[in-house]
Design a protein around this ligand. Structure first.
Ligand code: GLN
Length: 480
């Protein structure tokens, strides 16, 4: 049986249900693929081989007996390692949680399991999801499958690279300021950040909870729809979830008004901008109306995002004192402050920087100057977007303003790295949905198109993405 590992989620589950191949054959191929490829790209922190095979065999048995199976039956799924999985370590790529095995599944994981998906392993990330390159991980960097000298984007680098390299069909990432979309763009796969509250965050280890959402990554828009139909919807365990259970589908949508965000394309690398203008041409061929529009407050989005994200991070990460859980270092004989300082020294540099800056912007003296101002910009941005959505169904831009870059190229100054998040943080600040979809290549390096819609307008967003996917018809695979 040749090359089952490259199948999309819908091909896998249909094939298994129709009896074209067994889940066991497919999962064995996926596991062999991981064994061969992951030495080169390091997508996975942990792989659960025996457990995955056992689940596949049990599924085959169920199908043989004519029992009903779920809508993702047999699909190999990878989960970012900041989403809790029962009996599977969940490390956040941090020394702090190196030995942590959650006693429960995140709601999204529970839903995936119930739908018959097979979780093959946990995926690499920047420590606590803070970063855009997946090089700040205690397990070493993940590499871009298109060229291993380049970063895969981040922080869900493992989630995007594993899908791009055919190590799993679908994965989950988390997106606080672009962490699903940035690596999806850099690895040429599709990644969605849903509307705030559409997908439960119960079991997601918090970085900045007013901004983040769990989102799916897949090879095409159809697999994103399939996964969303399993994971989206109300959850009693997360009171920020919306009270609905959507069922998405794909159809050709007519009469779409698109706004191309001037500020986000003008600042982009010329090769990236050129590719996005070609996307506009394709939309025009679909008889969509495309106009250049201005989003003035975008200029302040990065400053606002990092102020809020760091403030929330400093609060969320206060719990890691190595006493309730952590790595092995006994508090015996220590006075509290000395012990606390010692153990928290084990966070990586980037995490420490954010805790320090976050505490600073929240301190009583500077609260008004930084945190409050950042929240005001956030409201301004929301208002500006709302008035744009009165006229436009979706807004488009490049997902990332630059092409993937080589390791160590942009980390000498943290601000340089923060600034490349300008196009993605807008959607997190406003709580709106945004998708990244492959748009082309420059010198073999992927470029992504970002489409943003009004809150809870995922259906429109997915239809427009689907239209583009069909028109652009990009069919390339990384050679590994
Ligand atoms: N790069 C952004 C940051 O470092 C986004 C991270 C994310 O979405 N988790 O905060």
């Amino acid at each position: 049986m040749s090359d089952l590992y490259h199948l999309t989620a819908s091909e896998v589950t249909n094939g298994i249900k129709e009896g074209s191949f067994r889940a066991e054959d497919y999962i064995s191929q996926i596991l062999q693929r991981i064994e061969k490829i992951d030495l080169k790209i390091n997508s996975f922190i942990n792989v659960y081989k025996e457990r995955a095979l056992k689940e596949a065999i049990a599924l085959d048995k169920k199908i043989k007996q004519g029992l009903e199976v779920g809508r993702l039956a047999g699909v190999a799924v990878g989960i970012k390692d900041n989403i809790c999985t029962k009996d599977m370590k969940t490390t956040c790529a941090s020394k702090m949680l190196e030995n942590y095995t959650p006693p429960y599944d995140a709601t999204v994981v529970e839903k995936l399991r119930r739908s018959g998906a097979i979780i093959v392993g946990k995926l690499n990330l920047d420590e606590f999801a803070m970063g855009s390159t997946t090089q700040f991980s205690i397990y070493g960097p993940t590499r871009n499958p298109w060229d291993t000298a380049y970063v895969p984007g981040g922080s869900s680098g493992g989630s995007a690279s594993s899908v791009a390299a055919f190590e799993c069909a679908v994965s989950l990432g988390s997106d606080t300021g672009g962490s699903v979309r940035c690596p999806s763009s850099f690895c040429s796969v599709v990644g969605l950040k849903p509307t705030y509250g559409l997908v439960s965050r119960y079991g997601l280890i918090s970085y900045a909870n007013s901004l983040e959402q769990i989102g799916p990554i897949g090879k095409n828009v159809s697999d994103i729809v399939m996964t969303m139909n399993v994971i989206a919807g109300n959850d009693d365990k997360d009171h920020t979830t919306v009270d609905r259970k959507p069922e998405y589908f794909l159809e050709h949508k007519k009469n779409v008004n698109i706004g191309l965000v001037k500020e986000l394309i003008q600042a982009a690398d010329p090769a990236v901008a050129k590719c996005i203008y070609s996307a506009v041409d394709l939309f025009i061929e679909s008889d969509y109306i495309c106009e250049e529009i201005s989003l003035k407050s975008a200029e302040y989005a990065v400053a606002s995002y990092y102020t809020i994200a760091m403030a929330e991070a400093s609060s969320n990460l206060a719990r890691y004192d190595n006493i309730r859980y952590g790595y092995d270092s006994s508090p015996d004989g220590y006075e509290w402050n000395t012990y606390y300082a010692k153990v928290r020294g084990n966070f990586g540099e980037e995490v420490k920087r954010r805790i320090l800056l976050g505490s600073y912007v929240l301190s009583s003296r500077y609260y008004g100057k930084y945190y409050l101002k950042a929240q005001k910009i956030r409201s301004l941005l929301e208002q500006e977007l709302n008035s744009l959505y009165d006229k436009y169904d979706v807004l488009i831009s490049p997902t990332m303003p630059i092409l993937p870059f080589k390791f160590d190229e942009k980390i000498e100054d943290p601000l340089t790295l923060y600034k490349i998040d300008i196009n993605t943080v807008v959607a997190n600040l406003a709580g709106i949905p945004a998708i990244s979809i492959p748009a082309g290549f420059n010198n073999g390096l992927p470029i992504g198109l970002q489409i943003m819609a009004k809150e809870l307008q995922e259906q429109t967003l997915l239809n427009v993405a689907f239209e583009y996917e069909n028109r652009a018809n990009i069919k390339r695979s990384p050679q590994l």
